[in-house]
Design a protein around this ligand. Structure first.
Ligand code: GLU
Ligand code: MG
Length: 438
């Protein structure tokens, strides 16, 4: 690949709208810009995925910069695939170089630092992505089928080649259950890199789809009566020496004491941070029972409708401690991977701080339990619309302490505007708007 000195590199941030935005500089300026990055504006955090800008306390005032982190560089020119991508992700900083309160990559970094400082614990994660590809002929009933896979044409292999060229370690690709729905999974990485890769993967899938003359959408749900596009976050914990600590052979279900507290923190705070993981109006069509997403804050074993699931380990092998991990399922791609993972880490950290006991594992269809049975198991139905989820987030002292008032208030203002934009539309119309935006 030959790049000209004037070829552009886009320096980007993944924002509250779940969009990747930035500014481009010529390649020859990279060195000079590596510290100062590009100029950015506080009010940009209020740009919704639909155009209107939510009420911003910053107005036209203020200056920030996005400093590129070149470990995230993507530089691909694959003319046969119609893919030409050159971008790098960065951190939003104040002019004095300190992290900006609404930088989501910074929020994740802060959460991970706290986890390490207070408990000596680090996290690995991998994201499982579902999306729709519009370059195929959708047909119900072809979930997981070779026929659905064949109909994708060269798209699937191209996605694999593009992700591989970008340095991502691909795990699987599948034609998912929904008509024209696909899923891509990648291998586990240290948490910050895992979130970087989640941002990169979505953009590269979009780029690859575009190279076929079509497009891909990561919208949370395309058809109100169908299944959603989930983002499942697989995670495992490690101590200071890199020893896996998620598993304990002598504990019930293999859940170690520390992992149990971490999961308990996630589940206890989940109703307060659902607005972050399911950050769109139609996200709540997906978070309903019997769509294999999650509707309650329950801990399940190999249960695909639990908020956190203990994943199966195949084969009885000696490496079980390294493979044993958990999966968070109540998320979708309307949110930034950084903010999503930051919420999980902050909540897990609170569970460790408070020494919470491992939650009981549910073994039934929790949507069939009565209010009394739910209360007995200390389970809660997750908020059922974005407005109620925002009420919970905004009133949560824990969330305000974890993320800071500035970010919580900005998030709320942004998302309330999004709700207003969707007011009066039918579910079908709302899904159509999001299918375009994501
Ligand atoms: N589509 C389901 C969701 O919205 C997930 C299906 C699965 O991969 O288990 O999360
Ligand atoms: Mg899936």
């Amino acid at each position: 690949m030959t790049r000209a000195d004037t070829d552009l590199v886009m320096i980007c941030t993944s924002d509250v709208a779940g969009q990747v935005r930035g500014k481009a500089i010529p390649r020859k300026a990279i060195e000079a810009r590596s510290e100062t990055g590009i100029g950015w504006t506080p009010t940009n955090v209020f740009i919704t995925a639909f155009g209107p800008i939510a009420p911003s306390p910053f107005g036209a005032l203020g200056d920030l910069c996005i400093r590129p982190d070149f470990s995230t560089s993507v530089d691909l020119d694959l003319p046969d695939f119609g893919v030409d991508e050159s971008f790098v992700l960065g951190d939003i900083l104040e002019l004095d170089g300190t992290p900006w309160s609404c930088c989501l990559r910074g929020a994740l970094r802060l959460a991970l630092d706290r986890l390490k400082e207070r408990h000596g614990v680090t996290l690995k994660a991998s994201f499982e992505h579902e999306f729709h590809y519009f370059g195929t002929q959708p047909q119900p009933g072809l979930g997981y089928s070779l026929r659905a896979y064949r109909r994708l044409g060269p798209f699937a292999n191209r996605v694999m080649a593009v992700l591989d060229a970008a340095g991502l370690s691909i795990d699987t690709f599948m034609p998912e259950y929904g008509p024209a729905q696909c899923e891509v999974t990648v291998g586990p990485k240290p948490a910050l890199r895992a979130a970087d890769e989640a941002v990169i993967l979505r953009e590269l899938v979009r780029a690859t789809a575009r190279g076929t003359g079509s497009r891909a959408s990561f919208a949370p749900i395309l058809d109100p009566s169908g299944v959603g596009n989930g983002v499942h976050v697989h995670f495992s914990l490690y101590d200071e020496n890199g020893t896996p600590i998620s598993y304990d052979a002598s504990a019930e279900n293999g859940v170690s004491r520390r992992a149990g507290s971490f999961v308990a923190g996630i589940l206890a705070h989940l109703p307060d941070f659902t607005a972050i993981t399911a950050a769109s109006v139609p996200s709540y069509l997906r978070l309903t029972p019997h769509r294999w997403s999650a509707a309650y804050n329950n801990f399940g074993k190999q249960d695909r409708e639990s908020a956190v699931r203990i994943c199966p380990v195949f084969g009885a092998d000696a490496d079980i401690a390294r493979k044993f991990h958990y999966e968070f399922r109540a998320a979708d791609a309307a949110t930034s991977p950084y903010l999503l993972l930051a919420a999980l880490v902050h909540a897990g950290l609170a569970g460790l701080d408070d020494g919470l006991a491992t939650p009981a594992v549910t073994e039934e269809d929790v949507s069939e339990l009565s209010e009394a049975q739910l209360a007995e198991r200390t389970l809660q139905r997750l908020p059922q619309d974005l407005g109620s989820a925002l009420d919970r987030l905004s009133a949560s002292t824990w969330a305000r302490q974890a993320f800071g008032d500035t970010l919580i208030d900005a998030f709320e203002s942004h998302k309330r505007t999004e709700i207003e934009i969707m007011a009066g539309l039918t579910d079908e119309e709302v899904c159509a708007r999001y299918a375009e935006a994501y």
